[in-house]
Write a protein that binds this ligand. Structure first.
Ligand SMILES: [Zn+2]
Ligand SMILES: [Zn+2]
Length: 108
């Protein structure tokens, strides 16, 4: 929480003095006390049902960002190719495979 006591903010809805906000208020931005903020949120999600936007569960496979691991000098346990990028943190206790070997391992 951000202490905004010395900014003299008042709720744009009910004029209650606001002493704490979960964020740093921008100048000119309407801020609301906790009660009014909660009311607004329930207004917003009240239109739909339940409020959860997650539907259909993981149909899209998100591409994972590759990490640069070239400084770790990892070599593929299958073909010995130097591995410079991995989509996960390398586990030193497990064999790491290059993309080609990983794919053919999985196919098997
Ligand atoms: Zn209020
Ligand atoms: Zn390989």
């Amino acid at each position: 929480m951000v202490d905004v006591t010395d900014q003299g903010l008042t709720c744009a809805s009910c004029n209650t003095a606001i002493t704490q906000l979960p964020f740093q208020p921008r100048p000119g931005q309407d801020v609301y006390c906790r009660d009014c903020h909660r009311n607004q949120q329930s207004f917003r999600s009240g239109g739909g049902s339940g409020g959860s936007r997650y539907q259909g569960g993981g149909a899209q496979h998100m591409p994972r960002p590759l990490k640069d691991v070239s400084h770790l000098n990892i070599k593929c346990a299958g073909c010995g190719t130097a591995i410079t990028q991995l989509p996960f943190d390398p586990d030193p206790s497990r064999d790491i495979y290059c993309r080609d070997c990983f794919r053919s391992n999985r196919d098997r």
